[in-house]
Design a protein around this ligand. Structure first.
Ligand code: 2RA
Length: 337
């Protein structure tokens, strides 16, 4: 099994290296690709030094079985043909192909089987905010069909990449030194603030990030579920949080939902309000699972249930989800060059 990482120097690319090593992914060779700027950089994988090759339109992917790509939508579109033409499976973390009909959009806990129908050899990894929400929603859908969801996100600086984290850190330093704060990556100062604006606004008043939650959730869950999201940037370094209100066809008790979450692989329940125990991004950055807590009856709706959900968006929200897709495809015999 020969695996490539495209965009190896980025935050997700680096996480791919960690996740493949942590999970002892069954590979014989790992090849790193990047832009002209990152070509030549060296990274260690399982004690061996690997050098980043420049991504070019050539036959470098001839012997590659699986390419994990995270280099932005433009690069994914531009290089999809180069990457897949010799039969490699491309698992793409960008938004380039997510809503295309002949490209599965996959969260293995929810719709792994969709990988079986990938005529273009491309599988899309959903947006991080959608991934963690649908893992939790699938547990609820197992009990009763979900009609509607309202969700407010609390998204960390790292959702905007390494530069997002750097800006928040810089603002902390500048504040401590009584200087004016640098504001470049986000629309406003993030330190001591919350910004209800992620990605650009669309004509209906929702942002693109919010519309991703609307469209991607329907596609992944194969459902008529309605989703209304408000996505918000908060001064947290890593791991996104979400407050979720779901309306189901029949009333679901908190106990039923808690039990279903507890038996679902990929979900950890932390829900002990009396002991001040609930999921928080500060404790859970770097973890694999989706963490669920604050499970309660929605007092405004007899068929409603409310809960809180936290997950590391670079891990389960990006690199880990893509690697789990690759693992599923190998197991299901779908990687057959
Ligand atoms: C963010 N969800 O947090 C985005 C990244 N894909 O900005």
């Amino acid at each position: 099994m020969r695996v490539a990482i495209v965009g190896a120097s980025g935050a997700v690319g680096q996480e791919f290296l960690k996740v493949l090593e942590e999970r002892d992914f069954p590979l014989d060779e790992l090849v790193l690709f990047g832009s002209a700027r990152s070509a030549g950089k060296k990274y260690t994988f399982k004690g061996k030094e690997l050098t980043v090759k420049e991504l070019c339109h050539n036959d470098d992917f001839k012997d590659i079985d699986i390419a994990l790509t995270s280099a932005g939508g433009g690069t994914s579109k531009d290089f999809a043909e180069t990457i897949t033409k010799h039969g490699a499976i491309m698992i793409d973390n960008s938004s380039a192909f997510r809503m295309e009909d002949d490209i599965p959009l996959v969260v293995p806990e929810v719709n792994a089987e969709d990988c079986k129908n990938a005529p273009r050899n491309i599988i899309a990894n959903p947006n991080c905010t959608t991934i963690q929400m649908v893992v939790a929603l699938k547990a609820l859908e197992n009990i009763s069909h979900i009609k509607r969801v309202h969700i407010s996100s609390y998204q960390s600086a790292s959702g905007a990449g390494a530069m997002g984290m750097a800006e928040l850190e810089q603002q902390v330093k500048e504040y401590a030194e009584n200087k004016d704060l640098t504001v470049e990556k986000f629309a406003h100062q993030l330190l001591f603030n919350v910004i209800p604006h992620i990605d650009v606004f669309t004509d209906n008043g929702y942002t693109k990030e919010e519309m991703k939650m609307y469209n991607e959730t329907k596609k992944i869950m194969h459902s008529d579920i309605e989703v209304s999201a408000t996505t918000v940037r908060v001064p947290v370094m890593r791991a996104h949080s979400e407050a979720i209100w779901a309306e189901t066809e029949r009333p679901v008790s908190p106990e039923e939902f808690r039990t279903e979450c507890e038996k679902t692989k990929g979900i950890t329940v932390i829900d002990n309000p009396a002991g001040n125990e609930y999921p928080m991004p500060f404790n859970l950055a770097g973890e694999d699972d989706v963490f669920v807590g604050r499970i309660r009856k929605d007092i405004s709706n007899p068929n409603g249930i409310a809960f809180w959900c936290v997950s590391d968006q670079i891990k389960k929200g990006a690199a880990l989800n893509a690697v789990q897709i690759a693992e599923y495809m190998i197991e299901a015999g779908l990687v057959k060059k």
